[in-house]
Design a protein around this ligand. Sequence first.
Ligand code: LMR
Length: 345
Amino acid sequence: MKNTRLAPRAAALLGAAAFAAAAVILALSPQSASAEQPIVIKFSHVVAPDTPKGKGAERFRDLAEKYTDGAVKVEVYPNSQLYKDKEELEALQLGAVQMLAPSLAKFGPLGVREFEVFDLPLIFPDKDALRKITNGPIGKELLAKLEPKGIVGLAYWDNGFKVMSANRPLKTPDDFLGLKMRIQSSKVLEAQMKALGAVPQVMAFSEVYQALQTGVVDGTENPPSNMYTQKMHEVQSNATLSNHGYLGYAVIANKAFWDGLKPEVREGLEKAMAEATEYANSIAQQENDGSLAAMKAAGKTVFHELTPKEKEAWIKALLPVHEEMASRIGADLIARTQKETGLVP
Ligand code: LMR
């Protein structure tokens, strides 16, 4: 009798015990839902998917998922979908996103001015000269300067050399007089536009097309891939193939996030980054060539090649920017860079 009366309660207890045991087994099991949750990397950027950076980010996503056996899931957010230029750096520092690839011209507001050495007009005669910096000690030193800001520098990705555009021909510095030119948030780019006689205006990348269309600014500079994928050629009647400056990226991650990863996961991501970097840098030139060809075919913009005499006038106007920026970036850094790139013997 006694046993019978206790039976329902014992059964309930047994049921609870079985439930608890099952929960423990589930929690410890490698098949459990929580153990299977991948680590999510939000990779935000401001350009179109169909650009050197956009394609590099997608290649990194695919390789990262492969080399970590699905332990990491990378979500790529292009076209300022999540954040504009300035906000994305703040979001990275706060940990709202884990990875970015901002242009090297956008680190000044973060307090790392030295990256602006990449913006100096005419500092890189070609890509080989640029590689000496990005693959050499200077490139490494610059990335290390991000660490006190809670950021890890992972790689340099190319876009390319810039063209200048406006709604009038830009053949000599005189043609820039009084033009409102949109720039990225770099003091070197500000000095560059002033040296040409223009009025620089800092503006987020996502706002440039509309600003050009409505006449808030008159012109801008960017490599062909950005100009074409943002349709800027539809609202700029003239562009000069000046190659006066370089635009590239630092791929960066939130340091606390990166350092907190298990070593084997981080190794997988580093391998993915090395391969994605090689890929991004191998396609950048052809992406820009393709965009330029497409804009020429669209026939909305007249593209001008500088004559030797015009080139001379640009050089005369732009080279003094190097000296002017010495107190901001560091005379020593500029001199070392000029030596590495062969600009000065
Ligand atoms: C710009 O703002 O003009 C570019 O840096 C955008 C980009 O990321 O290429």
